[in-house]
Design a protein around this ligand. Structure first.
Ligand code: HEC
Length: 106
């Protein structure tokens, strides 16, 4: 089940790379494919997986106050149950996806 979701995510991501896109829509596509199942499409983690894993909302004051560097570091290295994406996403993709997360915090 998990692997099938991951495989579907990879296909979605590959499709999004093939299409010429602005950085933000590339970040949005990466988010949708890799992050939304836990963090929720709107970043509030109000999904069954998000609740089960107690994923914090990106709209919390703490997440809003977090620096871009720290969001990038957590995405790269993981934290607690948050998987590490170092080697799975490029540095550019991680930067794009963090920029997209910022748009969810407004
Ligand atoms: C398997 C579920 C899961 C997936 C998939 C996932 N995350 Fe997370 N994420 C978590 C959990 C759980 C935490 C809380 C970690 C902690 O504080 O212990 C977290 C925390 C974070 C944080 C820190 C938030 C804060 O308030 O400090 C960032 C940034 C983050 N995730 C980014 C991402 C990005 C970007 C992706 C996709 C590339 C992603 N996550 C995919 C589960 C997930």
């Amino acid at each position: 089940m998990k692997n099938r979701i991951r495989a579907a995510a990879v296909v979605l991501l590959a499709a999004s790379i093939a299409a010429p896109a602005f950085a933000q829509s590339a970040g949005a596509a990466t988010y949708k494919a890799k992050c939304a199942m836990c963090h929720g499409p709107d970043g509030t983690a109000a999904t069954p997986v998000g609740r089960m894993m107690k994923v914090p909302s990106f709209t919390s004051p703490a997440a809003k106050a977090a620096s871009e560097a720290s969001l990038i570091a957590i995405t790269k290295n993981g934290k607690g149950r948050m998987p590490a994406y170092n080697g799975k996403l490029t540095d550019a993709q991680i930067k794009e996806v963090v920029s997209f997360i910022r748009t969810l915090q407004k």
